[in-house]
Write a protein that binds this ligand. Structure first.
Ligand code: 5RP
Length: 241
């Protein structure tokens, strides 16, 4: 991993107040604009950090053809801001995919799916040449597993998949929304697993992806980030993997 920084304010002598998490998300959302290729279609992820990116993207919307979106929520935001959304099947390879993460390690491997959009996120990431992760500094970890691991599962398989996670030391639960099992954009459920230490993300992703009924595991090692724009109190750090 290589690192470079852009200071947030070089003109002040006094120690600046720490930025809020929301301000850090705004910083990296805006910083991601430099990876958007004029005249092209951009891959857009999901979540509160990506919302900041979408807002920034709207300021240059006349310079791009549009976006491929990874969720109903992002599609609604993009459309409301006047950015055309293309179906992924109507587009060839994308030059860049910009998305957040729940965790990212020092090699660009991520845990994603806190917003339940992991399946479409992995699809758009696979369609893109470059994955730029935008995250505040709290997301950087040594080993993946601090954040509950989201796994999108066909409801019929949930009980068995949960048993398989228990057998590897995890504590699984079905994600709830408004007192019921959350239903994803794809009509499936999410199993969140705590208590895992994912020391070999690639092997873990390959293993769990093969379990019958698993639609998508929220480890992104095969589609890892090549760049992470990390929001810190001293500015946006660029990590290259
Ligand atoms: C959604 C995701 C998000 O990228 C992840 O949850 C981070 O979200 P936020 O930017 O709101 O912290 O994977 O499925």
């Amino acid at each position: 991993m290589t690192t470079s920084s852009s200071p947030r304010d070089s003109g002040t002598q006094s120690t600046p107040k720490p930025l809020t998490q929301d301000q850090l998300k705004t910083l990296v959302g805006q910083a991601a604009l430099k990876y958007v290729v004029p005249g092209e279609i951009v891959g857009v992820g999901t979540g509160s950090t990506v919302n900041k990116f979408i807002d920034a993207l709207a300021t240059i919307k006349d310079q791009i053809r549009g976006a491929v979106s990874s969720s109903v929520a992002s599609t609604q935001r993009l459309t409301a801001l006047g950015i055309k959304v293309f179906d992924s099947n109507d587009v060839d390879q994308l030059s860049v995919y910009i998305d957040g993460a729940d965790e990212i390690d020092g090699k660009g491997n991520m845990v994603k799916g806190g917003g339940a959009a992991l399946t479409r996120e992995k699809i758009v990431a696979a369609q893109s040449r470059l994955f730029v992760c935008i995250a505040d500094a709290s997301k950087l970890v040594d080993v993946l597993g601090k954040f509950p691991l989201p796994v999108e599962v066909i409801p019929m398989a949930a009980r068995r998949v949960m048993a398989q996670f228990r057998a590897m030391g995890g504590v699984p639960s079905i994600r709830q929304k408004d007192g019921q099992a959350l239903v994803t954009d794809n009509g499936q459920c999410i199993v969140d697993v705590t208590g895992l230490q994912i020391t070999d993300p690639r092997a873990f992703e390959l293993q769990v992806s093969q379990w019958p009924g698993v639609v998508t595991v929220g480890v992104f090692a095969l589609q890892h980030a090549q760049v992470c724009l990390l929001g810190t109190d001293s500015g946006v750090k660029t990590l290259n993997f």
